[in-house]
Design a protein. Sequence first.
Length: 419
Amino acid sequence: MNVHFQSGMVTLYHGDCVEVMRSLPEASVHSIVTDPPYGLEFMGKGWDAPWKAAGAVVRDPATERGGFQDGNGGNAYSRSRIEYGRGGAASTGFQEWCLTWAVEAFRVLKPGGHILAFGGSRTWHRLAAAVEDAGFEIRDSIAWLYGSGFPRSLDVSEAMEKRLAEADRGAPPAGAWGTALKPAFEPIVVGRKPFPGSVASNVMAHGTGALNIEGTRVGFTGGTATSPGAKPNGKNKVYGDGMGGMAQDPAFVSGRWPSNVVLDSSQAAELDRQSGVTVSVQRVGARTGKASGVLGTFAGQDGVTMGHADSGGASRFFPTFRYESKAPQFERPKGDDGVGHPTVKPLELMQWLVRLVTPHGGVVLEPFAGSGTTVEACLREGFSVIGIEREAEYLPLIMKRVGKDHQQSLFGDWDGVAS
């Protein structure tokens, strides 16, 4: 473990992320945005089967119930919580490994800080369980939908032909029969470190606990927008004064509320093709006396216009990013020896994610830096970043990203559609 590079807003470590995180101060980072190995042994790469590594940290049978210690000092993962062997040693080994690094991630994150961790469609349940067992509260999942996946499927009919011919048992079943679907989404686990007290007090103390809605809204064009808001003189017996009325909210004009589904451009185009052009109709509130004992008299609701008056395909309701075979070639740096990283996320997607969970001036941790996409995303967004990468061959790729002349985006200055 050593500091490979440190300058300005970037600190890059070369080493195992668990060892590096153990050396970091407790509660020292504001967010964790990471793309860890999926445990699929992708392209035969050893880093995608980390539990097989020599000296890898595994469950200690000598501890109480054979478990790890979670972020609160309790037994988070034990024989009593999963029946070992069901699902295979590889899957349980992957979950144990995820828990090992998630426990350290929990420790270095500030109270209320979020973790966003990509997972594979076949293994993300193990990742989510490990993140939760480490002490995080699972707040949500984000589905990253794309259109460039390739089905790695066995042609069953072709595989049967030879066997059937040898056994003289006729032809295989007609039509296409396979063993896998085309991959078209990757889930992102959304976790948050618990904190005492209210969200407001935690944000004041640490800057963490909330999502940057304004900076990640889905932009819209060709219409006007208003939204229900709190009327200052509204009366309400349950929620208090100021919550009984409805008024136009100017912040709503900047875009729609971000969703937990994000699309690539090909998925957006297909969605628009199927939906056709639809029109979002604004509605005018009407005064009502119903439920006045609970929700107030709605005195300010009468005549207030709410909603977006725009039109277009259904993709306008979702954040949309450019997507070209995982990431375009100009976002796939290569070393002088021609080495490149096989799993690169689109830069604009990573910018959106770090912006979503990191306060202004915050520090982001990426335990699995890879080619450095998250590192570059942080620099573009004006965040300090701590990157960790175990594989020496990928360090030059990260340095190429760090060496770019980055033009920082204004916080929240995003139109909701990446070009």
